[in-house]
Design a protein around this ligand. Sequence first.
Ligand SMILES: [Zn+2]
Length: 408
Amino acid sequence: MVASGKQSLCMEVLRSKYKVKKDWLRTKLSKFASPTWHAIEKAKKLIEKGACFLLRDGKSINVWVDPWIEDFKPNPRIDDYLQLPIKAHHLIDHTSKAWDEEMGTFTVKFVHRVAFTQVCDGSPVNSLWKNLWKARLSERLKMLLWRIGANVIPTGENLQRRIQHIDSICNFCDTKVESNIHLFLECHFARALWTITSWGIRIDTTPLTSSKDIIKLIVNPPNAPIPTNEQWIVTLNMALIIDEIWNSRNLKLFQQEQANLLNAKHRVQARFQEISKVFASTIYPTPRSCSTSWSPPSPDHIKINVNAILNSSKTALAVVARNHHGKVLFVWGKVHQLCPPLQVEALALLWVVHLAIQNHWCFVMFEEDSKICIDALDHPIQTPRWTLNTIISNIRNLSSCFSSCNFC
Ligand SMILES: [Zn+2]
């Protein structure tokens, strides 16, 4: 009675006195428990045999660990499912007030629904899965990563665990057992693809020992040298590499297509460009337009104004060079691939420095809207973004080619 959820003054007093909560049946004995309570705990096994929750809304009954069906305890086919906090509530069709028969089969859709519901409810869930469902990735990529992290993807090793006499050897190297770690990180094809497409992240030097470690790295990539607001780019790139490895493996296994590293690299890069445009357009605001007031440079100087404009799919760079009379000397424009605004502003500045050198101008002033870029040129050590470091350094080196050069 004390362990039940029954509400009454008497029960509240007893619960308060004995510190018994509703999950008493599945919690361990406190090390500070009194000798009397130690004796009471011995009865727990006996109570467990006969205890059975009465089903109401099902929100507090964990279907894997709580006794809620008489003389029956469900066992998941895969141990990792135990980590999914599936409640009896999830198995009920709340419109018809009957068991949801669609839930009779344990589908990926169901897992996604449960995990998503948990996130929305704000209930405590494994933060890894919570972050995965929130990641800026397509639903298909998220599901692939979840299947890898939960170790339910049909690799040779996983298939052999369930089906005897099946070949578990990796199809790429024909030597090692095809586990998640081997297929996605260690095999020669995976290592080569990570090396040429992961922007210098040495996956083979990162200590990863389990399937969940792979997903942890992808969902929470290392902080340095990437700022937090750009980590989604790394996550996306890594997820696409994983997806490409899995697709190449399937094509080789089922259609006898030889894996081609360069083609795989190009597919990862093309998909990255395509998907990042979609997400970037919702993340990066269009930079403010250039200032409307223009002041002339000092005599003999040429003032070059540069501006970058972003829309949802591409970036346009525009440059105007004028002398101290305000006369337009040159106008340039070009389209650039979509990337974060700061990076575009810095690249635009680098481009106009090149243009000025090509035109043999010695006394120049460069004017740009991005205060961060201009500050970074004055104080390179304080450069705030890892993506800017190389560009800023190149601009500074090239600026020594001019007799007089100012950035404002
Ligand atoms: Zn292999």
